[in-house]
Design a protein around this ligand. Structure first.
Ligand SMILES: [Zn+2]
Ligand SMILES: [Zn+2]
Length: 417
């Protein structure tokens, strides 16, 4: 019986894989130039890590996590996001005693039991950065710059819009939440059930609601940015000023909120107009390290949906040359030629050439056909006759010319260069 892949998972190969690799190469290069170090954390963690950090009143924790009891009776969860895991690693490995700021990046698969939609999978991949140990808005700037650099490198900087907001600190948010609740109260009965629950538990997240009626009610709600305290206001003004000076276009969007206590000040998103999807979401979470048992540490970061980025590049058809080309195919006519032939193959490969030879016992003609199919630029034939004279026939597959030369690595590499 045939076994199929699980809903929400994919096999990635061929042209799609090349796009993934192209983005990943750019990520590596950029993180390198920003002196951001890679971190890899486990695929599964204690369930408590997510119920405490992501929050046990969120859809992620309540409806979407892959949680199971392992054979030792522990409650385990496949990571639904990575910030919590990185923060856990930060605390557990004593990063706080190292030189600050600590700048980390990751690219990893994550798991959420989600409804299937465009750009959404149950196994999905995010690239993200987390900077620890700076409370300056300059850290926010650098994180935004890094994402922007990636979009520039991929030629989609003008295809994504940067939306920013400030959600203040616990002090100024308290004032705002009071104002928001006062505003909503007269209409609370006509709002959806989720909003009515959030009104009590997590009022900020009412602003996230997608229900038309709730949106209508909240349209003229007071804005958080009007309630910022002096410190939060100054930080937000500095951030906007610097973005303008750096010529990074942005829109202030008061609807971006993070409903979790430990998020504060800057929040931002890069949204694709073409896909109508958020490609990258980030912000400050100055209280999370403390929340998870570490010393108070300021932090800022983002997560970027790789699947959505691949989708965007595919849909806009903004792709680099991703052609498959083989430099040479070494056609050895009988087993006596293997020693010398494979020796040449090895040397060519050691020097970076893409080289193939027959591993399927194909006939001479079948091998030629194969070399043609894989787009080999040259075919180098080592037959019985050539072996005797220590020569080979080098055939240019593009213009069909051929010549006989000495069977010597240096000569061959010069010819096919
Ligand atoms: Zn504040
Ligand atoms: Zn609602």
């Amino acid at each position: 019986m045939k076994i199929s892949k699980q809903k929400g998972t994919r096999d990635i190969y061929g042209k799609d894989l090349k796009i993934w690799q192209y983005i990943e190469e750019n990520i590596r290069d950029i993180c390198n130039t920003y002196n951001v170090k890679e971190i890899r954390t486990p695929v599964f963690e204690a369930t408590e890590l997510y119920s405490r950090s992501v929050g046990d009143d969120t859809d992620i924790v309540n409806k979407e996590m892959y949680t199971f009891t392992d054979r030792g009776g522990r409650s385990i969860t496949l990571r639904p996001e990575l910030t919590a895991g990185v923060v856990r690693a930060y605390i557990e490995n004593g990063f706080s005693s190292m030189i600050t700021p600590i700048k980390l990046w990751y690219e990893a698969n994550m798991y959420r039991y989600e409804k299937m939609q465009k750009g959404r999978y149950r196994e999905f991949t995010q690239f993200g950065v987390e900077f620890f140990g700076s409370e300056s808005y300059l850290a926010d700037i650098e994180v935004i710059l890094l994402a922007n650099t990636l979009f520039k490198k991929l030629n989609i900087a003008d295809k994504v819009v940067l939306n920013i907001n400030s959600i203040g600190c616990t002090t100024c948010r308290k004032e705002y939440i009071k104002a928001l609740k006062d505003y909503v109260k007269p209409n609370l009965d006509s709002m959806c059930e989720t909003c009515r629950t959030r009104y009590e538990k997590n009022p900020l997240r009412m602003l996230d609601c997608k229900e038309e009626n709730c949106k209508k009610i909240l349209k003229n709600a007071p804005e958080l940015t009007e309630y910022l305290c002096e410190e939060c206001k100054t930080d937000f003004e500095n951030l906007k000023k610097m973005l303008t000076e750096l010529d990074i276009k942005y829109v202030v969007d008061s609807r971006i909120v993070r409903g979790l206590d430990y998020y504060n000040k800057t929040v931002f998103e890069f949204v694709s107009k073409d896909l109508d999807l958020t490609v990258c979401a980030g912000g400050r979470y100055d209280r999370l390290v403390e929340y998870l048992g570490g010393n108070s540490t300021k932090a800022v970061g983002f997560g970027l949906g790789m699947d959505r980025l691949v989708l965007l590049l595919n849909e806009l058809n903004i792709l680099p040359e991703l052609n498959d080309k083989v430099d040479a195919y070494i056609l050895m006519q009988d087993s006596n030629a293997y020693k010398k032939g494979i020796d040449i193959v090895n040397k060519l490969r050691e020097n970076g050439y893409i080289v193939e030879f027959d591993i399927c016992n194909r006939s001479f003609n079948a091998q030629l056909k194969y070399a043609n199919k894989i787009n080999s630029k040259y075919v180098i034939i080592v037959g019985e006759e050539e072996l005797k004279t220590n020569t080979c026939v080098i055939k240019n597959m593009e213009d069909s010319t051929q010549e006989k030369i000495e069977l010597d690595y240096n000569l061959i590499s010069k010819k096919i260069n």
